[in-house]
Design a binder for this molecule. Sequence first.
Ligand SMILES: OC[C@H]1O[C@@](CO)(OC[C@H]2O[C@H](O[C@]3(CO)O[C@H](CO)[C@@H](O)[C@@H]3O)[C@H](O)[C@@H](O)[C@@H]2O)[C@@H](O)[C@@H]1O
Length: 581
Amino acid sequence: MAQAWAFFLLALFSFSSCVSKLFICSRNGEGSFLCTRSQEVPSIASKRYRTAYHFQSPKNWINDPCGPMYYNGIYHEFYQYNPGGTIADNIVWGHSVSTDLINWIQLEPAIVRDTPYDINGCWTGSITILPGDQPVIIYTGRDSKDHQSQNIVLPKNRSDPYLREWTKADNNPRILPVGPGLNSTEFRDPTTGWIGPDGLWRIAIGAELNGYGAALLYKSEDFLNWTRVDHPLYSDNAPSMWECPDFFAVLPGNNGGLDLSAAIPKGAKHVLKMSVDYSDKYMIGVYDLKRDAFVPDVVLDDRRLWLRMDYGTFYASKSFFDSKKGRRIIWGWSNETDSVSDDGVKGWAGIHAIPRTIWLDSDGKQLLQWPIDEIESLRKDEINHQGLELKNGDLFEIKGIDTLQADVEVDFELASIDSADPFDPSWLFDVERHCREAGASAKGGIGPFGLVVLASDNMEEHIAVHFRVYKSQKSHMILMCSDLRRSSLRSGLYTPAYGGFFEFDLEKERKISLRTLIDRSAVESFGGGGRVCITSRVYPVALADDDTVHMYAFNNGSTTVRVPQLRAWSMMTAQVNVIQG
Ligand SMILES: OC[C@H]1O[C@@](CO)(OC[C@H]2O[C@H](O[C@]3(CO)O[C@H](CO)[C@@H](O)[C@@H]3O)[C@H](O)[C@@H](O)[C@@H]2O)[C@@H](O)[C@@H]1O
């Protein structure tokens, strides 16, 4: 009987609730509710999820950045690329060029699978520029039995400004996985080379050594013939092979970059990065020239405590020394967090994070990263707010810019730091869990405060990027989260609450900065001047629906937070690998 059913619309919204979604609910005769989503979710194929100023391919799959370099006035970006589809298969080296690291022209793949040693994939590697301006690629080939080897490739014609064509060297493979303790299927991703004090070239190769993760060390006189050093550059005491190692030098407090093959100034430190446990981790230490080994300043047995380049979706990063501007730049791959079938429907998968300048903090304890200055050339429609005050529960809407493509810089100033809650070091073992528990609406002593981006009209979809301040024994610990749990009404997505901690001297500096780059399905945030970086991938329904999305600054902590300055810009669309004609 029609009257026995009560139909009604239940539009629930609460900033603090985890059940706030738009549902149509009907009550049956027994009085229980049956609810279904009220909205037709638009197809993931919507072009509106494609990023506007991140590096990506017009179609198909991309993953690791391979040999970034600046050569003869041109930036080159090589990358793992499947020319035939949106899954990680049939991998070749894609190749794009640029004069500004923002606008890119896609060329023909530089290395393809046409020889037995790479028939199953031309995997990740690096470029080194040898004396005499000779670029050399070294990359991992994977044969039909999944054995991995390292191979050399040279540009066919160095006078071609784009270095379009590359030739595999004779006598490849150059390095085979032979020797004690090696596993031939876990032996890949050679680093850029550097010269040691004996004048010999060195590279590190990611591997599994006696079952443990390692960066193996190889030496060469001519970059063609290589000998394995009897000890690794560094190795782990736990299983899991290290992928995509990166090794470079940095000077504390100096944001200029160093070329590892040039003279390294006194006081410089070395960084060893490895990709493991679905994240890019690093150690700071010294390169002991006598032992020819990396010696970390701090040895932490538990990998959960290792420093991370980025606490979100960011993997297989690779840095290079940019001789044009004397800086070190790091690129990372950000994979899709929708499903494999979604990627098939979209026709593309994978982006590279905005290239970042990377340097060492003045205390020598952690790296800092900041989007390269060139990205600011895309800014327009600046808005500027000064002297805002955010009391507990305040939500300030940031209007006047394109909220889908934006760059926001905001400082949060703490009038008082007395009510910081105590820090519990056990949170460091699972920061994502802590971000879930201490969400954007859970009131704390200081924080949460931050930004809400890509928010639908009624907030049923939104992403909260926020801070919380804790008092530790020595100083203060700042938690930064990028909470994706309410980022989309779409199902089948990976929507964690990413998070990282950084130590901060709040007695000295009361301002905590946040910069967030929003680019449709990418949200990249830099907290505390680049101490914690979080790259997130998101697919809000409101975005595909062409609805207005909103951006807010908020404070849900009991301590009032001042915002001395908030600047935001719309971001123009860059010409990234656009198909000509
Ligand atoms: O042809 C791709 C095919 O191989 C698989 C399984 O072996 O993935 C290969 C590895 O892919 C990833 O490794 C890296 C890092 O992102 O990517 C490069 C290959 O493109 C490789 O050189 C790097 O180490 C992944 O992290 C590894 O676990 C995989 O073994 C399979 O997933 C693909 O379908």
